[in-house]
Design a protein. Sequence first.
Length: 253
Amino acid sequence: MEYLSSPYTEEERSSENFKASMKFLSDLEKKAQSHPVFNHPFLKEFADGMYGREGAVFVMTQIGKMVHPFTAAICALMGRSPDIRSRFVLFDNLYEEMGRGKLEQSHPFLYQDMLTSMGVSPEKLEQAETITSVRLLNDSIFDAILRKPFAVGCSWLGFGGELTIPNNFPYLMDGIKGAFSNGEVDFGFWDRHGDRDQEHSDDATTVLAMNMTVEDHPVIEREVYNSLTLRKLIWDECREKCAEFARQPAGAV
């Protein structure tokens, strides 16, 4: 945990159920690396500058549609927590997402600062159409959090979502840097991601493992893959939508 002390005792971390769940999640994480959401062709093309400035603006606008409701999703999951310790772990993540007590440093504000530097005002973000896959992902996350067991909500919001960040985010950063001149884009949001994402991923894994049993393993695996597949569909749809922005091959008339 980044700001708070872990609420779980050594005895709890040594329990057979916790150790079995952690091994299962570790194996699942390794297995999931072969999912096509990782190193997606669109991300490689985006990083290589194929879609230029217009494509970068379009994609970052769509990601903004996911960033802005994320803190609400954490709050909703906290409200479903079966005990104070699970809520305590989630609060550590929420505290960082909320800017550690400074509203202007909260992730939605930092992300909007980046969008504004790219020419997308809050009004433009609000007015922009949300692509189908992003809408489906947001709806599915809240459905898992509000209508399914707590462990399933954790698998969607924490474990499944955090898995993609270390792989996907560098492609996005490279694409933005290639599309805009040096110093043009406010990278404050991206500066807050990196090593701490691994910490958040570890926390999500811990709280999930504390709230599941061996009998839950099949449903957790299915839900994680459902989460990854929806995220993959976002890159599929972005690739389709950005085709009009693709640069022409050298020599094209």
